[in-house]
Ligand binder design. Structure first.
Ligand SMILES: [Fe+2]
Ligand SMILES: [Fe+2]
Length: 312
């Protein structure tokens, strides 16, 4: 058995990786990639939330939104701290990386349109975070991450419940009910995209081989659907998916993947797409990508300028 296979075998049988010495290069690479996606996703969830948090209908909602934002920064901090321990230059990662190289989901490259969208963001996207991180919490072979996820898991549940409360309250008045439906119309498929390429298109995944996570993309997508669809239906929001008794799983009523009209935030249901097409769209990035990353880097850049002036 090669060294790589030996470690795979060990982690599949419950071995917990604690130190850098326990890893091989492939494990370390997959772990770093995973933690970069996680850290970027946590941190870049903040700028969209900030675009509307001022529109909170009352102080309670506002404090809750701030608590969510504070949690996300804490979650990002956990991921970047672990990356630092793995030898990454986090300063460079955070403050010098070009915007298009950040690994946050495409859905976070958009401003939110109104307060209700913040609720749907929490209700659908934090649900995706909860699904993905819950799986990592249960299954990951990396001990330091598993321990940190105890707290993250609880907080993500709070975020998605907060989203459900806002969505439910929104459905009580005709005007805001329309906003909920409109938000779900563009955010639902975006939520599904969080889980990545369909299983049948994926080559062997180091993340699964080394047990950084336990379930495949499609399994996680099903898990998300199994709570998102019943919740939306229970409050009277229409979603383009239903449970198929015969297939014993959730199926979509629209093509997925599908082309997306960025300007009008509309899925073009008569234009199915391939995952290659989706990845191309991801790479182009969404409208606020540069601006949102700039906000993260602005302070550090200004400090750098001040230092230069002092020297000259
Ligand atoms: Fe988070
Ligand atoms: Fe969250």
């Amino acid at each position: 058995m090669s060294q790589a296979e030996l470690l795979m075998d060990k982690v599949q049988n419950g071995f917990v990786v604690e130190r850098n010495d326990d890893m091989n290069d492939k494990y370390k690479k997959a772990l770093k990639q995973t933690l970069t996606i996680v850290g970027d996703t946590e941190l870049l969830s903040v700028p969209p939330l900030l675009t509307v948090y001022d529109e909170a209908p009352n102080l309670n909602y506002k404090i809750t939104a701030l608590a969510v934002i504070q949690d996300e920064i804490g979650h990002a901090h956990i991921a970047y701290r672990l990356l630092e321990e793995l030898g990454e230059d986090v300063n460079e990662l955070l403050y010098e990386r070009p915007a298009n190289r950040w690994k946050n989901p495409y859905a976070f490259d958009f401003k939110l349109n109104n307060w209700i969208e913040l609720g749907v963001f929490n209700g659908l996207f934090d649900r995706a975070g909860y699904t993905l991180l819950g799986d990592a919490f249960e299954n990951t072979s990396y001990g330091p991450w598993k321990r940190a996820l105890v707290k993250v898991d609880k907080e993500e549940l709070f975020h998605l419940r907060n989203g459900e409360i806002i969505m439910k309250a929104g459905m009580k008045k005709p005007e805001t009910a329309k906003q909920v439906q409109k938000a779900v119309d563009w955010m639902f498929l975006m939520g599904l995209e969080f889980f990545g390429v369909a299983d049948n298109l994926k080559s062997r995944s180091a993340q699964l081989d080394y047990r950084l996570k336990g379930s495949t993309n499609d399994e996680l997508r099903q898990k998300w659907l199994s709570t998102a669809v019943p919740f939306c239906e229970s409050i009277g929001v229409k979603v383009p998916a239903h449970y198929d008794e015969e297939k014993e799983k959730y199926v979509l009523d629209v093509p997925f993947p599908c082309k997306f009209d960025v300007e009008n935030r509309k899925w073009l249901h008569d234009e199915p797409d391939s995952w290659d097409g989706v990845i191309e769209r991801f790479k182009k990035r969404g409208p606020e990508n540069k601006e949102f990353v700039y906000r993260i880097q602005k302070g550090a850049k200004e400090m750098e300028e001040m230092r230069k002036e002092e020297v000259s």
